[in-house]
Design a protein around this ligand. Structure first.
Ligand SMILES: [Zn+2]
Length: 77
Protein backbone atom coordinates (compact mmCIF):
# COMPACT_ATOMS: atom_id res chain seq x y z
CA UNK A 1 0.00 0.00 0.00
CA UNK A 2 1.12 3.52 -0.72
CA UNK A 3 -0.11 6.42 1.33
CA UNK A 4 -0.40 9.64 -0.57
CA UNK A 5 -1.60 12.96 0.69
CA UNK A 6 -3.51 15.19 -1.66
CA UNK A 7 -3.46 18.93 -1.40
CA UNK A 8 -6.78 18.77 0.37
CA UNK A 9 -5.40 16.49 3.06
CA UNK A 10 -7.37 13.46 2.01
CA UNK A 11 -5.52 10.21 2.35
CA UNK A 12 -5.60 8.08 -0.74
CA UNK A 13 -4.92 4.39 -0.66
CA UNK A 14 -3.49 2.74 -3.69
CA UNK A 15 -2.35 -0.78 -4.17
CA UNK A 16 1.08 -1.37 -5.56
CA UNK A 17 0.37 -2.85 -8.94
CA UNK A 18 3.07 -3.90 -11.40
CA UNK A 19 3.04 -1.65 -14.45
CA UNK A 20 2.92 -4.61 -16.76
CA UNK A 21 -0.37 -5.94 -15.45
CA UNK A 22 -2.34 -2.96 -14.30
CA UNK A 23 -2.42 0.78 -14.22
CA UNK A 24 -4.76 3.58 -13.44
CA UNK A 25 -6.00 6.79 -14.93
CA UNK A 26 -7.81 9.82 -13.64
CA UNK A 27 -11.56 10.12 -13.88
CA UNK A 28 -12.40 13.31 -15.83
CA UNK A 29 -15.61 13.62 -13.86
CA UNK A 30 -14.48 13.36 -10.24
CA UNK A 31 -10.69 13.05 -10.59
CA UNK A 32 -10.61 9.75 -8.74
CA UNK A 33 -7.99 7.20 -9.70
CA UNK A 34 -9.63 4.61 -11.90
CA UNK A 35 -7.89 1.24 -11.78
CA UNK A 36 -7.32 -0.30 -15.19
CA UNK A 37 -5.95 -3.54 -16.49
CA UNK A 38 -2.51 -3.21 -18.06
CA UNK A 39 -3.88 -4.53 -21.32
CA UNK A 40 -6.77 -2.10 -21.45
CA UNK A 41 -7.56 -1.19 -25.03
CA UNK A 42 -8.44 2.04 -26.73
CA UNK A 43 -12.19 2.35 -26.95
CA UNK A 44 -12.81 0.23 -23.90
CA UNK A 45 -15.47 1.47 -21.50
CA UNK A 46 -14.61 1.34 -17.82
CA UNK A 47 -16.74 2.45 -14.91
CA UNK A 48 -15.39 4.93 -12.38
CA UNK A 49 -15.40 3.24 -8.96
CA UNK A 50 -16.01 6.57 -7.30
CA UNK A 51 -18.75 8.39 -9.21
CA UNK A 52 -19.97 5.52 -11.38
CA UNK A 53 -19.45 7.40 -14.63
CA UNK A 54 -18.77 5.31 -17.71
CA UNK A 55 -15.38 6.24 -19.08
CA UNK A 56 -13.96 5.54 -22.51
CA UNK A 57 -10.26 4.92 -23.03
CA UNK A 58 -9.22 7.35 -25.76
CA UNK A 59 -5.45 7.01 -25.45
CA UNK A 60 -3.24 4.21 -24.25
CA UNK A 61 0.08 6.01 -23.78
CA UNK A 62 -0.53 7.68 -21.50
CA UNK A 63 -3.93 6.26 -20.69
CA UNK A 64 -6.50 8.96 -21.04
CA UNK A 65 -10.15 8.68 -20.17
CA UNK A 66 -13.14 10.69 -21.20
CA UNK A 67 -16.78 10.43 -20.33
CA UNK A 68 -18.37 7.83 -22.55
CA UNK A 69 -21.24 9.15 -24.63
CA UNK A 70 -24.51 8.51 -22.90
CA UNK A 71 -26.39 5.63 -24.40
CA UNK A 72 -29.57 6.56 -26.10
CA UNK A 73 -32.05 4.21 -24.55
CA UNK A 74 -35.10 6.10 -25.69
CA UNK A 75 -35.24 6.16 -29.44
CA UNK A 76 -38.50 8.10 -29.41
CA UNK A 77 -40.57 5.58 -31.28
ZN1 LIG B 1 -15.38 9.43 -11.29
Amino acid sequence: MILALTSTGDVLFAEVIPMSTATSATCPECEAAVPLKGDVEKGEIVPCPDCGAELEVIEQDPITLRLAPAEEEDWGE
